[in-house]
Design a protein around this ligand. Sequence first.
Ligand code: HEM
Length: 400
Amino acid sequence: MAEETPIYFNPWDPAFRDNPYPHYGALLAGPPRVVDAGAFKIALVARYADVICVMHDHEHFSNMGPPPPPEAYQGRLAGSRNLLGTDPPVHSQLRRLVSRDFTPRRIRELEPRIREIATGIFDGAERIGEFDVVKDLANVLPVTVIAEMLGVPVELSATFKEWSDKLIDAGNNLPGTPTPPDVIKTLDALTDYFESEIERRRKNPGPDLVSALVQAHDTGDVLSSADLLNFVSLLLIAGNETTTNLIGNGTLALIRNPDQLALLHSNRALLGSAIEEMLRYDGPVQSTARFPKQAANVGGTEIPAGAIAFVVLAAANRDPAKFPAPEKFDITREPNEHVAFGEGIHFCIGAPLARLEASVAFGAMLDRFPNLRFKDPELKPKYKGSYILRGIESLPMAID
Ligand code: HEM
């Protein structure tokens, strides 16, 4: 039998998190690998065809993992469900509740407001002559938009961002360790806030998403009270950190590839395909997970029941069997059928919103700062703590 290429896959290793891409090559060289993680087995699914196969097969691959361990604090979300963690028929019922708020047509109506927020950010940067793409733009625009969609006052956006960051950080806790006290405090603060907002919307409904979900809870039996809280929290978190990282990672890719930046300046019609390439090349969601209900064969590997299938979307997006010259950042790439937004029934409901926010943000940024470059040409970006949601902490730019 041929020797298997050695693999290294360790989301808890900061060096791996900083640059996982060199490690994906070995995973892409063959069928999924099953590794023993002690209490359970992990199947690493990386090749494009294998990823598509798992993401489309929700009959065999569930989104419902084992119940959280007793040391993981759940607060008032205990026992609740959300879109990402359910299978049909519950998943389809939950998705229906919000799908009409995320249609491309509904999302397009938000464009003037998104542009207004972006303009305010660039005006501020121009006034003070300082601009950090992550801190000033990426950390502000998406959270403001999703907070407004949820009917949360704009003054609370910064608090929302703090809560969301803290809860995402909690995902980096080593398995088996208790939830840190500051995470418990954050989860309680978030659920306290939304509980009182839910009561307020019950009395005074508005055109926002929380009011729509409260109505669904009160008139149907799909959503329990805890589900309602969970749903709103998912929208808040999924709706900002991912787009934040698209803007940060995308700017990094553009500036590091000056030929592509120049091409985009000379042909702005390429903006849409440049954003698709940012998603493919260095996507905000590196990996997701599925749980085989029974043993299943994927690409020639038997994945045992009870294993966790790590579906490495970012590796699939660099699969040479699907993308010619996958390591090249090429804003003219066509076709570009990346899986950065997932695939199948859980395909990202926020994709039209993320694309619109990115296109407004990048379009306006290139207009306003045509000579955009790193403030420190030697910049070594520092990555945030999450492997799953990949993004940088800060990206100071020169804008003169
Ligand atoms: C660039 C930005 C974004 C990326 C890369 C992204 C990526 C993803 C991915 C990969 C999935 C599928 C996960 C899986 O199947 O396991 C997903 C699902 C989801 N996303 Fe996004 N997302 C982004 C922005 C957004 C935004 C702006 C929202 C808005 C509210 C959002 C809300 C959701 C929700 C609710 C789901 C669950 C859908 C379901 O399970 O049916 N996402 N996203």
